[in-house]
Design a protein. Sequence first.
Length: 377
Amino acid sequence: MTALGGVGHDEVRPLLSVPDLSREGLGLGPASTDEAQLAALLASPPFIGKAELTGFSGSLKCGCDFAIAIPVRNEESRLPATLEALSAAMHCTPAAGCAVFVLNDTSDASPELIERWALREGWSFLAVEVSFDRTICNAPHSRRLALDMAARAEPQGALFTTDADTMVGKGWIDKGLRLLSEGYDLICEDVLLDDAELSALPAQVREVGDAERAYLDLCDRLWRYWTRGQASTLAFRPSGASLVIKASSYLRLGGLPTPPVGEDRALCDAMIGAGFAVKAMENFGTRTSARLTARALGGCGDTLAERALSADPECDSRLKPVRLLHEEATLSMEIIGGASPRFHTPPKPSAPMTFSAVQRELQIARKLAASYGLGDA
């Protein structure tokens, strides 16, 4: 275990809101390195004065190749399947790993399920229970704390993160490690929804997702054709249900961004903006919940609910009409060719496309792709 790094944090201040749950505080001897690092993180932004440590179990073994970070909040009904999938993935790699669970504002049996699972499997783990101030009581801050602990436990290793309502594929860890070894800093898996749960929802929910995926695929082909493969990647579909990150790059970045929702997309944007190598990959076999009961305002549950109930729901905000895509491709090629961007007006941003708009643009994209010999989605 390495000492706490100061990357992305202000100078550590004395704890005011964290009770002393260390072994020393309980009269059981010196606090562990894990506990010391956790105390320092909770005394630093974005947690300082907004987090109370309420429980702590487990310890992280030194020298692991990877660490898995998982935010949890009252997930006892879904955790068993999640944990079994993690076991399968961890058994399918020769690399040594550990897991960090951050349970924020949890009142069910999730902590006990995690501890029994880890002890049964013999995995090195930490289960950290915290109570967050309402201003940070969300998945992004829980994931941030889990990743921060994982990164400081294995600063030269790999970080994986998923959700407590997700079943990762068997090859999740092995494939992620292989891609990081090829020089990438962040791997974004195109996660699919659990098919059984998706089938129980109105058909439009699946139709919207299929149309988005088909349109993004065709737009990516058109983008690469128009830019001759010289411009940056068109778009990623990052999901907190499956991200793989080089720990050293995560620490250099300064940690996970913490907007109220969408921390996965914010991380991807920040990594690209900082010049890190990001890879978009097809689905590894990960399946995430298709529940409509949202755990976060504006999150996946809200999105699925709108797609189930709205006559013409909005689609992924990064999708844009073919015409605007062509304008951006043309501008990119002019800039790459040496023309000064001062003489160009960037394309105007478009409002989020609705399902019907994506269907219309999908037909246009298909005709264009066919005319260029690019095939169909």
